[in-house]
Ligand binder design. Structure first.
Ligand code: ATP
Length: 204
């Protein structure tokens, strides 16, 4: 499936970013290049309706996202989901973006694990009408697990973002910090120093 040529291409990349890590940055960079994005809008989520764990305060996740994605000129950090009351629904953000950018082509940049869960998101059929999913492979804990199953995607249309499998997750990073282990190979330098400076994840 190809991209249309003329429209302003606006990537939408949401995540808890608790904390943002090197796979997030690699995915953002790959999406910008491969999808030829004019802009990648990065959304740290409010309390995601589908994640039961209480997230680190939004101000910290926002500051870390600025550290992580600041080196990508097309990336713009958008804090609207943090300011919105109640649970975060992607459909609300996409509707706002569509209203603000009526001519833009919206691309939903997403890892394969989230893409496979997308059918269960609030108003998922409307989500994929507003934004075409752009799916990156994600290393699986089980090497024998089947690859991303596109049949689960509502609407069935999607683009692929090629990304070498990077077996890193925010869960793993939080656990390493709590255990007093080094995380400098897993997160951008600015994120590692922010975590240390603010003593994040050591008492969770
Ligand atoms: P957690 O471990 O807390 O669930 P996470 O590492 O999955 O966090 P999120 O902030 O939930 O990070 O992810 C934001 C987006 O980045 C999602 O679309 C997710 O699929 C994608 N993503 C995260 N880590 C990777 C990875 N290692 N490879 C590819 N995509 C990833």
């Amino acid at each position: 499936m190809g991209l249309t040529s003329a429209a302003y291409r606006l990537g939408v990349f949401g995540g808890a970013f608790d904390p943002p890590h090197l796979a997030h940055v690699a995915l953002a960079g790959a999406a910008i290049r491969q999808l030829r994005l004019d802009e990648l809008r990065v959304f740290p989520t409010g309390q995601a309706w589908h994640k039961s764990r209480a997230l680190t305060a939004g101000e910290h996740r926002l500051a870390m996202a600025r550290e992580a994605f600041g080196g990508l000129p097309q990336a713009v950090i958008d804090d609207r989901e943090l300011r919105r009351a109640g649970p975060t629904y992607t459909i609300d953000t996409l509707r706002q973006l569509r209203a603000e950018h009526p001519q833009a082509e919206l691309l939903l940049v997403i890892g394969a694990d989230q893409a496979e869960a997308l059918h269960g998101w609030h108003q998922s059929g409307e989500i994929v009408k507003l934004a075409l999913p752009a799916v990156a492979a994600r290393a699986r804990p089980d090497p024998d697990a089947p690859p991303f199953d596109a049949a689960t995607l509502p609407g069935g249309r999607y683009l692929s973002v090629e990304l070498p499998p990077m077996p890193v997750s925010a869960t793993q990073i939080r656990a390493r910090v709590q255990a007093g282990q080094d995380i400098t190979a897993l997160v951008p330098d600015g994120v590692a120093s922010y975590i240390a400076r603010h003593h994040l994840y050591s008492n969770t």
